[in-house]
Design a protein around this ligand. Structure first.
Ligand SMILES: C[S@@+](CC[C@H](N)C(=O)[O-])C[C@H]1O[C@@H](n2cnc3c(N)ncnc32)[C@H](O)[C@@H]1O
Length: 456
């Protein structure tokens, strides 16, 4: 660990020797594993029943009822990412501190009102997918500036089956041209990455005040953009996973100085800002603050950029094909859903994105259910949230040992067709928990699970 960093922490936060020793010791300890239960796929109670079989001990975290620490005693040879629960998308491995910004945005309440929420720098999507759950009737705009990082965001949104997220790929400057559009803005800002010292002990060797100052400047600009695009009387949550005050307090000090008549603080636990510490909060470190916008910013550019959306409505023929498929195969009559088309993909959502298409260019909206190639091909995760009764094949083995039916299924191998059906699609369940769609081909059940999601 770089000595400059340790000295900085000790001096800046006035630690006494005992506290500092405690802090340092915690940096050397691995963080306790934690995850969120994907309540779009399984209830917390059913999940707890399910994991009893492998003796998982779950401890609720201080943040959010969906978020648990896990202790394992029996299946330690299987990495958490290869467990049935992870491959079936029942959990999302996430550090507890990283759940705190959505937690404080919503005060841990599922808010059923409709908002337009911007997650300004969203990849890999820890907080975006969490916002989707806290605000189920809102539209979450997940922006990520760094194109290569968007892929991971797509995967995580798909894994969590969040159907109220649209992904955009804008630079921070863009949001200045959309004054007072969003009700809530989360700026989980790019930062100097001090936290990575948990992963690679020498990552902090590049830690120096000059680097940090340039990142602090970027954070200030992003915050300005967040302020402009936020509606008056609404709020911004600003968070970073750094401890130093150059990125956090100093950025805010400059911000409050410039916008003193435009913003006010919303206190968290009676404090203007909140910091999480490894040695007291049993998380990695984190910084968070909430800001209310109380007046317009004069300087906002009023010029609206031309949206170039490529997302279209389905033709009535395409809509009929989708609906007929669902009805014929699964007796599913879908009402109150919207369908969208982008390139060769079809998405479904309970949410109406159309009104925003003249303002924002969405890369994708969720959830993808279909590929439009020469023929219609339903996507493997098409029915995840629908409780199907017809054409369901339940794998009901007690063991997940190597080469068992469920092990083969999770490895994306085809299965032997033990059903009376000879063609069509079938919904797979394991222990009555929905898995995915599969295609019956005579004696074979063709596994549609993409190998990128499969057990290695
Ligand atoms: C702390 S990470 C976000 C983590 C994410 N909110 C989550 O919870 O999964 C910061 C993000 O800011 C993005 N970023 C970097 N430079 C940026 C810029 N100039 N404008 C907007 N976003 C930027 C990075 O690509 C990164 O994805």
């Amino acid at each position: 660990m770089k000595q400059d960093f340790l000295d900085y922490i000790k001096n800046t936060f006035d630690f006494n020797e005992t506290e500092f020793k405690n802090f340092k010791e915690h940096l050397e300890k691995p963080l306790k594993k934690s995850f969120r239960i994907n309540t779009n796929k399984i209830s917390i109670d059913n999940f707890k029943k399910l994991v009893k079989r492998n003796d998982w001990e779950l401890t609720e975290s201080n943040f959010w009822k969906n978020m648990f620490y896990i202790d394992r005693t029996t299946d330690l040879k299987i990495p958490l990412g290869s467990t049935f629960e992870h491959i079936m998308w029942l959990i999302y491995i996430q550090e507890v501190a990283a759940s705190s910004s959505p937690f404080f945005m919503s005060w841990d309440i599922i808010d059923n009102d409709q908002y337009l929420i911007l997650d300004m720098s969203s990849s890999p999507g820890w907080k975006t997918t969490q916002l989707s759950e806290y605000y189920p009737n809102s539209l979450i705009v997940a922006n990520e500036f760094d194109k290569p990082r968007i892929k991971q965001l797509f995967t995580n949104i798909e894994r969590m089956w969040c159907d109220n997220i649209g992904v955009t790929n804008y630079d921070w400057r863009f949001f200045k041209s959309l004054p007072e559009l969003f009700d809530k803005v989360l700026l989980d800002a790019p930062c100097s990455g001090e936290w990575t010292c948990y992963k690679w002990t020498d990552a902090i060797k590049f830690w120096n005040a000059k680097n940090i100052k340039s990142i602090a400047k970027l954070q200030f600009w992003l915050l300005e953009s967040a302020l402009i695009t936020c509606k008056v009387w609404w709020e911004i949550v600003f968070s970073t996973c750094t401890l130093n005050k150059i990125e956090n307090e100093w950025v805010l000090k400059k911000f409050y100085k410039k916008y003193w008549n435009i913003i006010e603080t919303i206190k968290i636990d009676n404090e203007e800002t909140k910091r999480l510490w490894p040695h007291t909060d049993k998380t990695w470190w984190f910084f968070i603050t909430k800001i209310r916008k109380i007046a317009s910013v004069d300087k906002a550019s009023k010029q609206m950029p031309e949206p170039k959306n490529t997302i279209e409505k389905l033709s009535s023929r395409e809509t009929k094909t989708v609906l007929r498929f669902l009805e014929e195969n699964f007796d599913l009559d879908i009402k109150n859903y919207f369908f969208y088309k982008h390139n060769s993909e079809i998405y479904i959502s309970k949410h109406n994105f159309w009104e925003y298409f003249n303002k924002l260019f969405f890369f994708k909206v969720w959830v993808k259910i279909w590929e439009l190639t020469d023929i219609f091909t339903p996507c493997f995760n098409l029915w995840v949230i629908f409780d199907l009764q017809k054409n369901v094949y339940n794998i009901d083995e007690t063991s997940e040992k190597i080469n068992s039916e469920i092990d083969r299924y999770l490895k994306a191998y085809d299965l032997e067709n033990k059903t009376a059906l000879k063609k069509g699609y079938i919904a797979i369940k394991y222990k009555n928990t929905p898995a995915w769609l599969a295609e019956i081909q005579g004696e074979n059940i063709k596994n549609l699970l993409p190998t990128k999601y499969a057990r290695k």
